[in-house]
Design a protein around this ligand. Sequence first.
Ligand code: NAP
Ligand code: MG
Length: 398
Amino acid sequence: MDKIQMKTPLVEMDGDEMTRILWQMIKDKLLLPFVDLKTEYYDLGLKNRDATDDAVTVQAAEAIKKYGVGVKCATITPNAQRVEEYNLKKMWKSPNGTIRAILDGTVFRAPVLVDGIHPTVSTWEKPITLARHAYGDIYKNTEMKAPAGSKAELCVTTADGKETRALIHDFVGDGVIMGMHNTDDSIRGFAKACFRFALDTKQDLWFSTKDTISKTYDHHFKDIFNELYETEFREEFEKAGITYFYTLIDDAVARVIRSKGGFIWACKNYDGDVMSDMVATAFGSLAMMTSVLVSPDGKYEYEAAHGTVTRHYYRHLKGEETSTNSVATIFAWSGALRKRGEMDSLPQLVAFADRLEKATIQTIETGIMTKDLYGLSTLEEKKAVNSEEFLDAIAERL
Ligand code: NAP
Ligand code: MG
């Protein structure tokens, strides 16, 4: 059989622990037999990040900028315990944070749905994609305590030294205050990534804030989305037969719960943080959540939403059997290959990505699954298999 050819390399970012083991198995069993895989390889495993003073993470992000599509394995974000365990020179920053800062992206998360595993919300038939703005607001805030009798004000000093003040509160008793910000550039980048992703995936886009209460701050988000939609995206949306609609977050929450799914829900940073956890949990499992970072200029980085599954890795090191779910990592690869195929006009590569996803879903739907899903599945005939057997079953079907 002739292997499917590629034109441009994918930026491949290897990672840590159990997901690093799965990474190699996925390549060996599901990709290399079928695709003449072209990748530019970056080892983001913690050892190599330490050896290169984390330069490898920056190089990988620069490579995504150059080529347009990357696929990333889960990586350890070091804490004090990891510094000791790996004898690190430094407590290196989160690779995802570094890559996000360089690409200036928005994170889109969507669940993989399979028969036999039912969302807690019974009306959800299709995935809900959560788009979270990843800059500013409460995550970059300044806060203080305000003692009784104090007066708190907002003060903006312009470049020419002019001050504008607004009263926050005259405190009779003790209290607290908080200042936060966002920038038009960042909000615009977020909006563009959302509009583009909606067009890419042919799904409606919902955006919600609390603009009735926050008449300047949240309203500004709404205005920027609206302006971009009218000036740059309306025509393309109409051509694609999809809609953009803005609604108050209270209304969005109610509509989401009553919906059938199948749309993108864009949220401000805090709303997205909380709502993505809620949506992921209600869909069943973190091991079934896909994640893609999209930059405003259309660069894509695909990954799994979960971590390196440390507990399973320690079992693996002791020679014990593991049953680790590789679905989100497989979908990171299929997502990246499909995008590469679309960008390079390679319909065979796009079709392969579709078949890989279908084979994965069908394997689970015929009752072969890892232990985490076995516990959730309502199928009558089901079998829990180990990490490798699961991949072998997909390979056979593929
Ligand atoms: P985790 O790796 O997501 O695992 C948490 C638990 O969830 C696991 O112990 C396992 O439960 C279950 N689980 C997660 N993914 C699974 C899968 N694919 N198959 C089966 N079960 C799965 O999170 P963590 O333990 O908090 O973090 C471990 C390391 O990952 C940390 O060093 C952290 O820095 C890193 N991390 C990286 C990323 C990323 O690169 N994007 C994201 C989050 C965390 P059971 O043990 O009960 O089976
Ligand atoms: Mg959270």
